[in-house]
Design a protein around this ligand. Structure first.
Ligand code: 5GP
Ligand code: ZN
Length: 130
């Protein structure tokens, strides 16, 4: 594929010309928030909020639209990691603090980088956007 849809690469390997695959393998530097065998979190280069980082699977998945039952635990891990890392990054606790978790999917969903990611945004308002 081009990094927007079908999969011509073997599952679990980096897609050619995918920005977040390059970040996942360290070919492009990022400010890391968290890393384990299957996930990476790093600060967004253009933050909307005082705290704004992304959580990605290291393996290339283009978007939410490509997910199947085999990804259930991966998605569960991403969603459970978000609150933990949000607090570690300085978001105040619920209910007075909190954070926003966003996933853009496809062009009309506002997705610009076609490697699955969740945005985690938080911190004192006002925010630049959102
Ligand atoms: P999307 O619009 O696809 O949901 O979000 C892509 C996000 O990736 C944007 O918020 C954008 O600022 C961020 N981004 C784009 N290029 C880079 C980069 O090279 N490094 C980092 N850390 N973030 C990036
Ligand atoms: Zn990728």
């Amino acid at each position: 594929m081009n990094s927007t849809g079908s999969h011509t690469h073997a599952p679990g390997t980096a897609a050619d010309n995918c920005l977040f695959c390059k970040i996942a393998i360290g070919k492009i530097p990022s400010r890391k928030v968290y890393e384990d065998g299957e996930l990476l979190a790093f600060h967004d280069i253009s933050p909307w909020a005082p705290v704004h980082f992304l959580i990605i699977p290291k393996a290339h998945i283009a978007s939410m639209a490509q997910l199947g039952p085999e990804h259930q635990s991966l998605l569960g891990r991403m969603m459970l990691l978000a609150p933990r890392l949000a607090l570690e990054q300085g978001c105040r606790p619920y209910p007075d603090g909190g954070y926003r978790i966003v996933t853009n999917t496809g062009a009309e969903g506002g997705q610009e980088v076609h490697h699955l990611h969740i945005h985690v945004m938080g911190g004192p308002r006002p925010w630049l956007r959102g």
